[in-house]
Design a binder for this molecule. Structure first.
Ligand code: NDP
Ligand code: 8X3
Length: 252
C-alpha cells in the first residue's frame, strides 16, 4: 500500500478540522507539503475550510460514532500522519452538579474518538513506512481546576492512551506525539459554555492567549522532523499562563 496521494504527496488526516486548531493544522500541513484530508461533523464549515486549502479533501466525520469513523477511514486509501484533534470540553459544573451526559460526550469525543481513529488508521500508518500520530491533549490532562473534572478525566485518559501507544509501537515505523496546549482562543470556550459568547470572552479577558496557528505550527514542526526523531510531548502555554489556573490578566 502506498502512503502517497495520487499527486505523490504523503497524506495527513486531521480530525476536528472545521474550526480552531484543526483547521489551522490542516492549513500548515498542506503548506508543509502534505495532501490533507479533513474530518468533522459540520460539513458546511468543513467544506469552507477545505476550499481554502489547495488540494484538501473534506469528508464527514463524527469520531463519537463508530460507523462514521469506519466510513471515513475506508475513504482514505493511505495515511502517513494522523492528527487526533477533535474534542473539547462541555460545561464547567462542579462534581456536585455534574451532568453525566456531558461527561459521556467528552469521553466519547476525546478518548473513544482518538482510540477509534488511531485503531482504524494504524495499519495504513504502519504501511506508510514513516507514520506519525499527533494527539492534541491539554495541560488539563495533568493540572486541575474546580469544574474541570469531566474534561480533566477525558484528557488524562487520552494522555494514557497516547503514552501506551508509544510503548506498543516501539519497533514500528510510527512516531507518537502528544501536544498539550494551555489557553488557545478558538471556539473551545463557546462550545464549553453552550454558545454563551460573554462567558467565552471572559476566559480570554486581559490575556494574550495562544492562537490556533501557534499550535498548528507545532504540529507542522513535529511532522517535518527527520523520521528517527520522535517529539514525545510538547507543552505549549501563553506567556500569560504559568499554570492552567494561574493567569496574568491586564486591567481594561
Ligand atoms: P474548537 O471548538 O474550535 O474545535 C473543535 C473541533 O473539534 C471542531 O472542528 C469540531 O467540529 C470538532 N469536533 C468536536 N466533536 C467532534 C466529533 N464528535 N467528531 C468530529 N469532530 C468533532 O476548539 P479547539 O480548536 O480549541 O479544540 C481542538 C482540540 O484542542 C480539542 O481536542 C481541545 O480539547 C484541545 N485543546 C484546546 C485548548 C484551547 O484552549 N482551545 C487547549 C488545549 C487543548 P464539528 O463541531 O464540526 O464536528
Ligand atoms: C483547554 C485548556 O484551561 O480550558 O484544554 O482546560 S483549559
Amino acid at each position: 500500500m502506498s502512503s502517497f496521494a495520487p499527486d505523490g504527496r504523503s497524506t495527513a488526516v486531521v480530525t476536528g478540522a472545521s474550526s480552531g486548531i484543526g483547521a489551522a493544522t490542516a492549513r500548515r500541513l498542506a503548506e508543509a507539503g502534505f495532501s490533507v484530508v479533513l474530518g468533522a461533523r459540520r460539513s458546511d464549515r468543513l467544506a469552507a475550510v477545505a476550499a481554502s486549502i489547495p488540494g484538501a479533501r473534506a469528508l464527514p466525520l463524527d469520531v463519537a460514532d463508530p460507523e462514521s469513523v469506519e466510513a471515513f477511514c475506508a475513504a482514505v486509501p493511505a495515511c502517513s500522519v494522523l492528527v487526533n484533534n477533535a474534542g473539547g470540553a462541555l460545561g464547567l459544573e462542579e462534581i456536585a452538579l455534574a451532568d453525566e451526559a456531558k461527561w459521556r460526550q467528552m469521553w466519547e469525543t476525546n478518548v473513544m474518538g482518538t482510540l477509534r481513529m488511531t485503531k482504524a488508521l494504524l495499519p495504513k500508518l504502519v504501511a506508510s513506512g514513516d507514520g506519525l500520530v499527533v494527539t492534541i491533549g491539554s495541560v488539563a490532562a495533568f493540572e486541575r481546576y474546580a469544574g474541570g473534572a469531566g474534561y480533566h478525566a477525558a484528557k488524562a485518559a487520552e494522555r494514557a492512551l497516547t503514552e501506551v501507544l508509544r510503548i506498543e509501537l516501539l519497533g514500528q515505523p510510527v512516531r507518537v506525539t502528544e501536544i498539550d496546549p494551555g489557553m488557545v482562543e478558538t471556539e473551545f470556550s463557546l462550545v464549553r459554555f453552550g454558545g454563551d459568547a460573554d462567558a467565552a470572552a471572559a476566559v480570554y479577558a486581559g490575556v494574550v492567549p495562544l492562537t490556533a496557528d501557534d499550535i498548528a505550527q507545532c504540529v507542522a514542526f513535529v511532522a517535518t522532523r527527520p523520521s528517527h526523531v520522535d517529539i514525545d510531548e510538547l507543552v505549549v502555554r501563553p506567556r500569560d499562563q504559568a499554570r492552567v489556573h494561574l493567569v496574568h490578566r491586564r486591567p481594561d
